[in-house]
Design a protein around this ligand. Structure first.
Ligand code: TRP
Length: 334
């Protein structure tokens, strides 16, 4: 298919605060893609119900995540930015796809097994069929390019299987979705304690959230694990130190980075100074996004306008696809 005609689709669940990993792993790429492809970006509120049945914070979270998408540079006039539950065709397509998804393959899904362990009191059918709903989100717009992290690879593989089964049974309707990161390697944003990545729900002190205030950013960065420093020239950097350099590469200028690399090589590095510098550069980078998001979040009439506009665009695309789907499936009786 013509590259220009391929469609981009992705979603983020409103289950917590967006963090620097979401920014560098997803949102920053979305912003580049919006200039090149037709894009659908969605707040996956229905998916959040599979693990978060308590909806008391849902509205606030949906508003914040939407505001953060825009604050990061997404242009709602250029893309369809919408809430999953505002597009009811999603549920219809999910139902059809459920007939093509086998219990055995769903039970084998790594994310299902992980979440079932974590929420053993609530292993519901929605959790089991999570990848089916995700497939519906994507193919509802006949999208084939899906910017997601490594943890979603298996879901996309399942999406391709469901698409193949649908197309085989009912005719060539859907393209096969694939992970997409717009050329460059995905940036992993390490957590501040040297263990794994930044995360929405775990590890609060080691994760920098887009909503963190300056003092919180400072406090978290200053708490990052370090040691007494290298004692011999050209010692390899331990993971937790390497992470500080990685973070610096995301937000500091090259002269600053060079300065600390040189200090490390010559064993004169003072990690306190490095963290102070990193904290200030981080604040310079993050504060405008935070302030913009918080301003947008207060403007309820603006958010409402954005959501309606997004639902209209996504709804039009969904309606067109479902017309084709019902015809292909023989669900057209007059
Ligand atoms: N499962 C995705 C995640 O946890 C969120 C998601 C829901 C999604 N629907 C999607 C991602 C459609 C890409 C496309 O990150």
């Amino acid at each position: 298919m013509d590259k220009q005609k391929q469609i981009v689709m992705s979603g983020i669940r409103p289950t917590g605060y967006l963090h620097l990993g979401n920014y560098f792993g997803a949102l920053r790429n979305y912003v580049k893609m919006q200039e090149v492809y037709p894009c659908f970006f969605m707040v996956a509120d229905l998916h959040s119900l599979t693990t978060h049945p308590d909806t008391s914070f849902l509205k606030e979270n949906v508003h914040r995540v939407l505001a953060e998408h825009i604050a990061c540079g997404l242009n709602p006039d250029l893309v369809a930015l919408y809430c999953q539950s505002h597009v009811p065709e999603t549920a219809e397509l999910y139902l059809y796809l459920n007939m093509l998804a086998y219990k055995g393959e769903l039970e084998k899904t790594v994310t299902f097994k992980d979440k079932a362990r974590l929420h053993s009191e609530n292993v519901n059918a929605g959790l089991l069929t999570y990848p089916v709903l995700q497939t519906a989100d994507i193919i509802l717009h006949r999208a084939s390019l899906v910017p997601v992290g490594k943890d979603q690879e298996q879901h996309l593989e399942m999406a391709r299987n469901f698409v193949q089964r649908f197309n085989h049974r009912y005719g060539q309707v859907f393209p096969e979705p694939q992970a997409f990161n717009f050329g460059n390697e995905l940036v992993k944003v390490p957590s501040l304690d040297g263990t794994g990545k930044m995360s929405k729900s775990e590890n609060n002190l080691a994760t920098l959230y887009l909503a963190d205030c300056d003092d919180t950013i400072r406090k978290k960065v200053m708490k990052a694990k370090t040691d007494a420093g290298p004692t011999a020239p050209n010692t390899p950097r331990p993971d937790y130190i390497e992470n500080l350099f990685l973070l610096m590469q995301l937000v500091s200028d090259s002269a600053t980075i060079q300065l600390f690399e040189e200090a490390y090589r010559s064993c004169t590095i003072r990690y306190g100074d490095m963290k102070k510098q990193l904290a200030e550069d981080m604040i310079r980078f993050m504060a405008p996004i935070r302030d913009k998001a918080s301003q947008l979040q207060k403007d309820k009439s603006y958010l409402e306008k954005i959501m309606k506009q997004g639902a209209e665009k996504a709804g039009a695309s969904a309606a067109a696809t479902m017309e084709i789907v019902r015809n292909a499936m023989g669900l057209n009786y007059y």
